[in-house]
Design a protein around this ligand. Structure first.
Ligand code: GLC
Length: 582
């Protein structure tokens, strides 16, 4: 069977209800189709030469980001932090970590980004603070039963054995989710909950201080011009009263689960969490240019995810089902269909994401056999890798992602085609997963290696001290010696480079009226091929099979790789076509 673009108009349209959040003018608000570039600040660019990225580095590279053609940046946490979890252990939500800069630097950055037409999203971490946060220190000092302890989740050990934690919950990073404290009188006493590292105590969202303080934090940054927040582990804030044992209920990762299978979990994705976001939405909407949220919520099903973006709640949520789908036409089509349907049902735009600072880079995931779900480096280890295939698929995936209805996220370095760094020496691993798993899980450092900008030796322009990086400290994670081929400088002049592909795709996406928010129509296509049209006059074809296929009619606007002779689309290649408007 060949693909017929002309049948687009008659093909069944994916369901799309009218937007629940239209701008007053009726124009679709920017965030419904935004492409947002993720700045993992510690690894983006280092202005002061201490080996760690910072605001000065980011300011120097804002022109590069704007030049890509994205709409906004999301910056991972830049607040004061002891860095037990790379900044996701915050000790002061309303200031900037001195190693990253100052509050004045942050304000300057926000201004400069706005001047370049980039909106700025920060990352708020509401599930836990740092153990060095003044509240937690006060809770430790105040002892059991105190007002201060009530801001966290302190409990006595098990009734039958106080030397055991209160329940069987596990830390995401390995080991129990509870740590016992030494009380002010010197005796072992209560336990506190930490769904992540022990340095990240969970706060008690039933406490009015906690609620009020996070709202104050939102306003603090909104008042400084920040356009929105990514909400860290947005699905974990509320815990079941009584903190019952899990009794074998696992981390919610079963993408194939249907809504009817869903049962309340004691600490993930509890229905009560939505009340918090209805309040936050009111805070954001009180600004003349309303501020936006994106939820990080690894949940059981697209239907559960869509709950976070119901009218009056959050604007968008990361669609991790797309990220964890294998490079397989059937699986991707199923994910796309369910995502579109569930988001349409609540009138919210979907988002699409391939990589971030928590998962193995997709070049390396797609380089593996696509038979089992692959997410972290630890899923990849031991599987045969073909990085050339991975890179080809990653280019095609970018065109697929950027053609789909809604918004998209680009993780710094994916536009350079960076692979996961799989062989970091054990002694440099900084992800708490490595220690907490007893050195069995290498964790997430392999996708966090500092960006190569120029030159042919580390730090590849990452450290800009004195202009040329001379005398700079080693980068906080070492860069592979052969990363010269991935630098912005090396790719810049090459029209075939992945960087050129991203720039061209983003430019077309801005200019073409069919792209961004909206709907799609699937086109008939052979097995292993995804083909869809978007009105007016746009067709995307992705060949995930091994065989070249004929192209439908239309003008080639962009292809992720060369076509074969006779204008056929080879395997692992995607193409954008324009149709004449009649
Ligand atoms: C989120 C972050 C991750 C962090 C965790 C705990 O999943 O993306 O990097 O370790 O939350 O805050």
């Amino acid at each position: 069977m060949t693909i017929s673009a002309q049948s687009a108009q008659s093909a069944q349209a994916a369901t799309l209800t009218q937007a629940a959040d239209p701008a007053p003018s009726g124009v679709s608000p920017w965030w419904r189709s935004a492409v947002i570039y993720q700045v993992y600040i510690r690894s983006f660019a280092d202005g002061d030469g201490d080996g760690l990225g910072d605001i000065a580095g980011l300011r120097a590279k804002l022109g590069y980001i704007a030049g890509l053609g994205v709409d906004a940046i999301w910056i991972n946490p830049w607040y004061p932090s002891p860095m037990a979890d790379a900044g996701y252990d915050v000790s002061d939500y309303r200031d900037v970590e001195p190693r990253f800069g100052t509050l004045q630097d942050a304000e300057a950055l926000i201004r400069e980004a706005h001047d370049l037409g980039l909106r700025v999203l920060l990352d708020i971490v509401p599930n836990h603070t740092s153990d060095q946060h003044p509240w937690f220190q006060a809770a430790l000092a105040a002892g059991p039963g105190s007002r201060e302890r009530d801001r966290y989740l302190f409990r006595a050990g098990r009734a039958d054995d106080p030397a055991l934690p209160p329940n069987d919950w596990l830390s995401v990073f390995g080991g129990p989710a509870w740590t016992q404290v030494t009380e002010p009188d010197g005796r072992l006493g209560e336990w506190y909950l930490h769904l992540f590292a022990p340095e990240q105590p969970d706060v008690n969202w039933n406490d009015p201080d906690v609620q009020a303080d996070f709202e104050a934090t939102l306003r603090f940054w909104f008042d400084r011009g920040v356009d929105g927040f990514r909400i860290d582990v947005a699905n974990s804030l509320v815990k079941e009263a009584g903190l019952p044992d899990l009794g074998g209920r696992g981390y919610p990762e079963r993408a194939e689960m249907v809504a009817e299978d869903w049962v309340e979990h004691p600490h993930w994705d509890r229905s009560e969490v939505h009340e918090i976001y209805r309040t936050w939405r009111r805070v954001a909407d009180a600004y003349p240019e309303p501020r936006v949220f994106v939820a990080e919520a690894w949940v059981d099903s697209p239907e559960r995810l869509a709950r976070y973006v119901r009218n009056g709640e959050l604007h968008t949520a990361f669609n991790f089902d797309f990220l964890r789908a294998p490079w397989d036409a059937r699986a991707l089509r199923a994910t796309i269909d369910t995502t579109l349907a569930e988001h349409a049902a609540v009138g919210a735009p979907p988002t699409w994401v391939l990589s971030n600072h928590d998962v193995a880079r997709h070049v390396s995931r797609y380089a593996r056999p696509q038979t089992a779900p692959l997410r972290s480096l630890d899923d990849l280890i031991g599987l045969p890798a073909d990085l050339e295939t991975g890179a080809r698929r990653a280019r095609a995936a970018a065109l697929l992602m950027l053609a789909l209805p809604g918004g998209a996220y680009i993780y710094q370095g994916e536009e350079l085609g960076l692979p996961e760094v799989e062989d970091l020496p054990a002694e440099v691993l900084a992800d708490p997963t490595w220690e907490r798993s007893g050195h069995t899980q290498r964790g997430r450092d392999g996708c966090r290696v500092p960006i190569p900008w120029e030159g042919d030796a580390p730090p590849f322009g990452f450290s800009m001290k004195g202009g040329d990086g001379a005398g700079a400290a080693p980068t906080w994670l070492p860069q592979p010696a052969d990363w010269g081929r991935y630098t912005v400088q090396a790719l810049d002049g090459d029209p075939e480079s992945v960087l050129a592909l991203y720039r061209a795709a983003l430019r077309l996406r801005r200019d073409h009226p069919a792209l961004g928010d909206g709907t799609l129509h699937w086109l008939p296509a052979p097995d292993g091929v995804l083909a869809f049209a978007r009105d007016p006059g746009f067709v995307c074809v992705v060949n995930l099979s091994d065989n070249p296929i004929p192209l439908p009619d239309g003008t080639v606007m962009l292809a992720s790789g060369p076509l074969t002779e006779g204008q056929r689309l080879p395997g692992d290649t995607a193409i954008w076509l324009g149709l004449a408007q009649g």
